[in-house]
Ligand binder design. Structure first.
Ligand code: FEO
Length: 433
């Protein structure tokens, strides 16, 4: 395969200007936008270094493809750079690797200027594109593409790889074999704005690269691994993501680092791991937590661990939860609610992958006992499976209720091992009845 001819450092510097495109290789230009002042992305990600919205133009003998666009506020810079490398009537394809607004903000206007262009996107991008274009959707030539499909630019072609959930269900990557460039949109991105654009010239963005993975990709890490398996065989010489530095020096290092980040943080042992995490006001919920832990420990093949959230940091707990098979969360009901620390933990759970994990709730209460139901609702919303109804006790658990707590723990452990749980005790209501 012919070696790619990437632009030299001096050529790159000379091309950077307020409206200037930047050459990546012959026929390939960066036409994106810089956003150095951004301090919060998607509301949830802090961006101390700002970010960039990288978009690209690829030219072949049969026309030009535009790969992604930019956030709407930066459309002016995008169009100025585009016009420096292509006429609108030359645009044959508009490739949408991902339809989040930071990459499609300039799309409606681009389509008005290049209505002849065929829009290429993953099938799961269609409903998003329909919502974006609304009444104009039917006016354009829109073609869903999947892995292995290509789009010819005459003497060269683009090839598509469907890579869902890196970051949204619609995400895909685009391969330009002639220059061995892989366009990955959010995957391999960083929220790091540096006008030098390339990884060997930009400032130290290692922290931004890993922070980006943690906040954007981590909830989808098994999908990330599937995408890496699909893309790794490509003989790429440059990775062109849609945020942060373009990876032209040692690009494969970033794939390997991403693969490491996508692995479980802690090695899982042969046993199933159940974490019992609680907050307790007067020791009642703590007693129940201990009983659940002790009961789970009695089930062969399960290792349980107990955490008082009052004494734990949430960030390292997330690593543990991500590596565990199940969690049981306990909170007293105070003022008709679960306590703040439990809510803080449950809010943070959105940052990690929880697919297939078991969840359970428990807690002590005085009057109404809403906390257990609230925890269950949140865990269900996070797509955990809750095989047992939550366990509540009024005030301090009695000896019978502690025994019930142990049975609850045993049943959770049995579910974890895929065994039908045996009920040792009847629930209090049933016993009373
Ligand atoms: Fe950069 Fe998921 O958008």
């Amino acid at each position: 395969m012919a070696a790619a001819s990437f632009a030299s450092s001096s050529a790159v510097r000379s091309l950077i200007g307020p409206d200037g495109p930047v050459a990546l290789a012959e026929g390939v230009h960066w036409i994106g936008a810089l956003d150095p002042d951004l301090r919060s992305f998607d509301v949830i990600v802090r961006t101390a270094n700002g970010t960039s919205y990288n978009a690209y133009a690829v030219r072949g003998s049969g026309g030009v493809a535009i790969i992604d666009t930019v956030k709407a506020e930066f459309a002016g810079a995008f169009f100025a750079r585009l016009e420096a490398v292509a006429r609108y009537d030359e645009i044959r394809f508009i490739v949408l690797n991902h339809l989040e607004p930071d990459h499609t903000g300039a799309l409606p206007e681009l389509l008005r200027r290049a209505p002849q262009a065929q829009v290429l996107l993953s099938p799961r991008g269609l409903p998003l594109l329909r919502a974006l274009l609304r009444d104009d959707f039917g006016r354009y030539d829109i073609r869903p593409v999947t892995t292995g499909e290509t789009a010819s630019l005459g003497d060269c072609a683009l090839e598509f790889f469907t890579t869902p959930y890196v970051h949204w269900p619609d995400t895909q990557c685009t391969w330009f074999a002639r220059q061995r460039i892989l366009f990955t949109c959010d995957l391999f991105g960083s929220h790091f704005c540096d006008a030098r654009l390339f990884n060997d010239e930009a400032g130290d963005f290692r922290l931004a690269f890993e922070h980006y993975f943690d906040r954007i990709m981590r909830p989808f890490r098994s999908f990330v691994t599937e995408a890496l398996d699909l893309l790794e065989p490509l003989d790429f010489a440059l990775i062109a993501p849609s945020h942060g530095p373009i990876l032209r020096t040692n690009p494969r290092d970033y794939l390997q680092r991403t693969r490491a980040l996508a692995k479980a943080r802690l090695g899982a042992g042969p046993e199933k791991a159940l974490l019992v995490i609680y907050v307790s006001a007067y020791g009642a919920t703590a007693g129940l937590a201990q009983a659940i832990h002790d009961g789970a420990e009695q089930e062969p093949g399960v290792r349980a661990a107990l955490f008082d959230l009052e004494g734990a940091e949430i960030a390292p707990l997330l690593d543990l939860i991500e590596a565990a098979d199940g969690i049981a969360l306990g909170s007293p009901t105070i003022n008709g609610d679960a306590v703040r620390r439990i809510w803080d933990l449950m809010a943070a759970l959105a940052e990690i992958e929880l697919r297939g994990k078991l969840g359970a709730a428990f807690g002590s209460y005085g009057w109404s006992g809403e906390a257990v139901r609230m925890i269950e609702t949140r865990l269900q919303g996070l797509k955990l499976r809750l095989p047992e109804p939550g366990l509540r006790v009024r005030l301090h658990p009695s000896a019978e209720e502690l025994a019930e707590g142990q049975d609850f723990g045993r049943r959770l452990a049995a579910h974890l091992c895929g065994r039908a749980p045996a009920r040792v005790l009847d629930a209090p209501e049933a016993a009373a009845g």
